[in-house]
Design a protein around this ligand. Structure first.
Ligand SMILES: NC(=O)c1ccc[n+]([C@@H]2O[C@H](COP(=O)([O-])OP(=O)(O)OC[C@H]3O[C@@H](n4cnc5c(N)ncnc54)[C@H](O)[C@@H]3O)[C@@H](O)[C@H]2O)c1
Length: 340
């Protein structure tokens, strides 16, 4: 039964879990929380009123599944699929933070469960809810810079700056086994490429650790997505860059669109010297989490998943698997599915 005030279980009371808890509490939800770390449970309870605190999802479902309306999973990627399946077994809709899982095979288990069951899953590739990027997508569909030939993603951010409250060596991002690393965590941008352009025909990549960061996950990804119609998309993802950069440059035969997170801007130029027409935005990073939370509450109340599905997440992992294989073999790896 769905309460008038939805009761949401936050699984993983770390950075993103606390953020969702704050946003959902502000939207009128009741909150319970799971984390194996009691300090994390104390932290979340300082930020929002928490009805129940549990060290495992199993305990939470055992004690209060009937009380709950939905589950937000913000734990490390290694446990995402099993936690989704446990939530489905209790009949609870899930908002799953990206990536679906560390590998394609386990993501496919989840896709099957979503396809065969009655319980919905909304996936949190949250940049899909970012208005400037939605605007770029409209501009591309309208042919704003003519036939698109090359797109360059640059996402660079030193890992030590991500969570100032903890040593980066202790964060799951440092651990390949937990599902950390640039390839998986910055897969937002692979998702963006697929959202803009569909599946590529082939992938060429290097996925490696090249910095002095004390981690055993990858910290540097260079990837080329090859499309059948001639479009080339390059992605550079790293965990060591300062100052941080998030930018996408779309080069067409009739000009360039440049999106940057900082400044929060979409710029277009059509001439050789770069006479840019800038559109500046005032949206804040938290707005995309508020928007995904709002869509999740619609899903909890019975609406279909609109913006990001488990199949979207599986497609991302197919590209990541191809990228890993390309690095291993030194070859360009074809992707079976046609673009679209
Ligand atoms: N959409 C976005 O932009 C965005 C932003 C940040 C993080 N994320 C994603 O959210 C997830 C968590 O990232 P984070 O930065 O919050 O990490 P974090 O380390 O701050 O939080 C993860 C929490 O999960 C807890 N945890 C570990 N094992 C658990 C288990 N079995 N059950 C429940 N909790 C468990 C940890 O103790 C920790 O408190 C990752 O998948 C990450 O990629 C997405």
């Amino acid at each position: 039964m769905v309460h008038a005030a939805p009761h949401i279980l936050i699984v993983g009371s770390g950075s993103v879990g606390r953020r969702h808890a704050r946003n959902l509490a502000a939207a009128g939800c009741r909150i319970s929380a799971v984390d194996p770390r009691t300090d994390r449970l104390r932290d979340i309870a300082k930020e929002v009123p928490v009805e129940g605190c549990f060290e495992t999802l199993e305990q939470a479902l055992h004690v209060s599944a009937k009380e709950l309306s939905g589950v937000v999973i913000g734990s490390p990627p290694k446990v995402h699929v099993d936690q989704c399946l446990a939530s489905f077994a209790a009949g609870l809709p899930v908002l799953l933070e990206k990536p679906v899982s560390p590998d394609l095979a386990s993501a496919q288990r989840l896709t099957k469960a979503v396809a065969s069951g009655k319980v919905p899953l909304l996936l949190g590739y949250t940049w899909r809810w970012w208005p400037p990027l939605a605007q770029v997508r409209v501009m591309l569909a309208d042919g704003a810079v003519g036939a698109l030939r090359h797109v360059r993603f640059v996402l660079s951010a030193h890992l030590a700056d991500w969570h100032p409250w903890e040593r980066y060596q202790d964060f799951f991002m440092a651990s390949a086994e937990q599902g950390g690393g640039a390839l998986l965590d910055e897969s937002h941008w692979v998702d963006m490429a697929l959202w803009f352009f569909g599946m590529p025909e082939a992938v060429l990549a290097r996925v490696e650790r090249i910095s002095d960061l004390e981690i055993d996950s990858d910290d540097n990804v260079d990837m080329l997505l090859v499309y059948a119609d001639g479009l080339r998309v390059s992605l550079h993802l790293d965990l060591y860059g300062r100052p941080h950069e998030r930018s996408i440059r779309f080069s067409g035969e009739n000009g360039t669109i440049l999106w940057t997170a900082d400044p929060n801007r979409v710029a277009v130029a059509h001439d050789a010297v770069g006479t840019w027409e800038n559109t500046d935005y005032d949206c804040q990073r938290n707005d995309m989490f508020v928007a995904v939370g709002r869509e999740f509450l619609d899903v909890v109340r019975g609406a279909p998943v609109r913006t990001c599905t488990v199949e979207d997440g599986e497609r991302v992992l197919r590209v990541l698997d191809a990228a890993r294989e390309s690095h291993r073999t030194g070859r360009t790896v074809p992707i079976a599915a046609a673009r679209g």
